[in-house]
Design a protein around this ligand. Structure first.
Ligand SMILES: Cc1ncc(COP(=O)(O)O)c(C=O)c1O
Length: 371
């Protein structure tokens, strides 16, 4: 006989998923209604209203596609790329690499602009590349979860993209709900995120927002979108009139996202960003005191994901194992060029709390100092 499911109650302080507030779990337990039930259509309408609030946009085409952040990435690329289109990807870590790979699979001619992992781009560098060749689209990551670095200067990058006739696609998976993301003010054409990071919902939905400029590009396509499931025109007809069946929506995940977004609205965006900053600063100070200096300079550091450097004398895997076994704390390893060099500590959404920072610092001190 297979035993009862009995998972541990972990402190999720890694790069996601983050901890889910009980209110969100309770919302998920609400009775299922059908995906075309008028009550469910109202749930989706609420999600759209609240997503516009967190994305800070008036974009009509704002919804959540089924799947995790990668599904958002695919949707943001496959709807705007036609085979043979030139695409520029600015890569400063693993998720920039993934953007380039997905764009290639949808038939784009991909040019890569790269910075070493842990660094960010000077917007002028991106502008120079946009000037050198005409691109249909520029894609980049706002908050690079593999390194802990925040790409600043998005408004400058957006205006350079527009000046040179490109759409800007921005990955806000690790920023939305924890760090300012101002889609309209910054002039971002397409942005996507994921439910399980600073929105503190279970994984399985990817918010996406598309402005009028990008929507026109969608309508002017000459070939059908490479993915049926993520075709925004089909999705839009389900989310809005005529509410035509497109796929069976993951009902309980939408209940969760609606509740998670209501919590964001209740807290207020500014207060939420300030909370993420306050506890990140507390974490950074504690890490420095434990001789675990941060990889990324303060001005480009994510408040949602921190990357302390691991001293050569410390056994990376053993420390993470002990945090999990002895303290129920999950943090994550570095990967790619940062494998064995950094840990990745997330304080996202409901995980960003004073008691979690204290607990983690205490546990690290215990393991590192007392053996
Ligand atoms: C910046 C970024 N983009 C995309 C993704 C992909 O999201 P998922 O793993 O939910 O598919 C992640 C996941 O960590 C991410 O951090």
């Amino acid at each position: 006989m297979i035993s009862d499911l009995n998972t541990s109650t972990r402190f999720l302080l890694g790069p996601g998923p983050s901890m889910v507030p009980p209110r969100v779990l309770r919302a998920m337990a609400s009775p299922l209604v059908g995906h075309l039930d008028p009550e469910f259509l109202r749930v989706m309408e609420d999600e759209q209203t609240l997503l516009r609030l967190v994305f800070q946009t008036k974009n009509e085409l704002t919804l959540a596609v089924p799947g995790t952040g990668t599904s958002g990435m695919e949707a943001a690329l496959c709807n705007f790329i036609e085979p043979g289109d030139a695409v520029l990807v600015a890569i400063m870590g693993f998720f920039g690499e993934r953007l380039a790979e997905i764009a290639k699979r949808y038939g784009a001619q991909v040019d890569r602009l790269e910075r070493p992992w842990g660094e960010v781009f000077d917007p002028a560098e991106i502008e120079a590349a946009l000037k050198a060749r005409k691109y249909k689209l520029l894609a980049l990551v706002h908050a690079e979860t593999s390194t802990g670095a925040l790409q600043t200067g998005i408004p400058e990058i957006a205006s350079a993209a527009h000046e040179h006739g490109s759409l800007l696609v921005l990955d806000t998976v690790t920023s939305l709900g924890g760090l300012p993301v101002e889609i309209d003010r910054w002039g971002v054409d397409v942005a996507y995120s994921a439910a399980q990071k600073s929105l503190s919902c279970p994984p399985g939905l990817a918010p996406i927002t598309v402005n009028e400029h990008a929507r026109q590009a969608l309508q002017q396509r000459k070939t059908p979108v490479g993915s049926y499931y993520l075709d925004l025109i089909g999705l839009e007809k389900y989310w809005g009139e005529p509410h035509a069946y497109h796929h069976t929506a993951p009902i309980s995940l939408h209940y969760a996202l609606r509740e998670g977004l209501r919590i964001v609205e209740e807290e207020g965006l500014e207060q939420r960003f300030a909370r993420h900053r306050a506890f990140a600063e507390m974490l950074w100070e504690g890490l420095e005191n434990l001789d675990l200096p941060l990889l990324v300079p303060a001005a480009q550091r994510l408040t949602t994901l921190s990357t302390p450097q691991i001293p050569a004398t410390v056994d990376d895997a053993l420390v993470r194992r002990r945090l999990l076994d002895e303290y129920n704390i999950e943090i994550a390893a570095g990967f790619g060029p940062l494998k064995g060099k950094v840990w990745r500590i997330g304080l996202m959404g409901h995980s960003s709390r004073r008691e979690h920072v204290r607990l983690l610092l205490g546990a690290l001190e215990d393991i590192l100092m007392n053996g």
